[in-house]
Design a protein around this ligand. Structure first.
Ligand code: PGA
Length: 237
C-alpha cells in the first residue's frame, strides 16, 4: 500500500481524477469500479468539469459500482444509482447501459469477469474500516452478496444523507465482496477529513488481514494507492 498525502481535499481529489483520466486515455474501453458516499463527490465533479473542457471520451468505458441499498427504488434520490447518474453519468458521454450495480438479478462477479475484470477500482472507507459495504466480520473470500449494515454505518449515513432519520436508511445492501475488490488490477482508496484520521492510522499500521478491520484486506494487493488529505493523513507519513 502506497500512502499519498495532499494539502487539502481538492488536491487529493484532483489526483484521483487525473488517475481516472489517465486510465481512460490509456485504455478507452476501461472497466472502472466506482464508489459512492460523500468522499468521491469532488472527484466526480472534477471529472464532469474535465469532460466539459477536454471532452475525455467515456463512450467505451464500463463501470461497476461497489454497492447498492436493498429496498430503495433506483429512482430514489438516496439510491446509489441515482447518486451516480446525478453526480457523474448524466454529465459525461458514457452509455448508461454500460453502468452496472449489484442487484438480486445479476451474478455480479461473473459479469465483471466476463467484461475482463476491473482495471481501476475507486474506494472510499468507513470509519469502521468498511470498504464497499463489507462491514467488520467480512471474509477475505467474500464475493458480491446481500449484507446487513451495522448500526454505526446506518447512523452515519442517516446523518449524512437522510436528515438524521435512522428509520429511512435501509439496513441491507448488495455489496461487492473483499475478494471481488481484490480482483481489480489497480485500487485507489480515497479518505478525506479529520473523522477518518484514526481509520487511516490503523490502515497505515496494517501488517496482515484482520476481518474486524475489512480495509486491511488491501494489504493482500500489490497495486494500491491510499490518497489522504492533510486532515486524515496518518502520523508518520
Ligand atoms: P463517505 O463514506 O465517503 O460518505 O465517508 C465512505 C464509506 O462509508 O465507505
Amino acid at each position: 500500500m502506497k500512502f499519498l498525502k495532499f494539502n487539502n481535499s481538492h488536491l487529493a481529489s484532483e489526483f484521483v481524477k487525473e488517475q481516472i483520466i489517465k486510465q481512460i486515455k490509456t485504455k478507452p474501453e476501461s472497466i472502472l469500479g466506482l464508489a459512492t458516499g460523500s468522499t468521491p463527490i469532488i472527484s466526480y465533479n472534477l471529472l464532469v468539469q474535465d469532460f466539459q473542457k477536454n471532452k475525455t471520451n467515456w463512450s467505451k468505458v464500463k463501470t461497476f459500482n461497489l454497492d447498492e441499498y436493498i429496498g430503495l427504488p433506483t429512482n430514489h434520490i438516496q439510491s446509489y444509482r441515482y447518486f451516480m447518474n446525478d453526480n457523474l453519468f448524466n454529465h459525461i458521454n458514457i452509455d448508461i447501459n454500460n453502468t452496472y450495480f449489484p442487484n438480486s438479478k445479476n451474478d455480479y462477479d461473473k459479469l465483471i469477469e466476463k467484461e475482463g475484470g476491473i482495471d481501476l477500482q475507486i474506494l472510499g472507507i468507513g470509519t469502521n474500516g468498511h470498504i464497499g459495504f463489507n462491514e467488520p466480520g467480512s471474509k477475505l473470500t467474500s464475493l458480491t452478496r446481500a449484507v446487513d449494515l451495522v448500526e454505526q454505518t446506518i447512523k452515519i449515513n442517516a446523518d449524512k444523507f437522510f436528515n438524521g432519520n435512522i428509520s429511512l436508511v435501509p439496513n441491507k445492501a448488495f455489496s461487492m465482496g473483499l475478494a471481488s475488490i481484490l480482483a481489480a488490477k489497480k485500487i485507489i482508496l480515497i479518505a478525506l477529513g479529520n473523522s477518518k484520521k484514526e481509520t487511516m492510522q490503523k490502515l497505515f499500521k496494517t501488517k496482515e488481514f484482520n476481518s474486524n478491520f475489512p480495509a486491511s484486506a488491501l494489504i493482500k494487493h500489490k497495486d494500491v494507492i491510499i490518497v489522504c488529505d492533510k486532515e486524515c493523513a496518518p502520523d508518520g507519513l
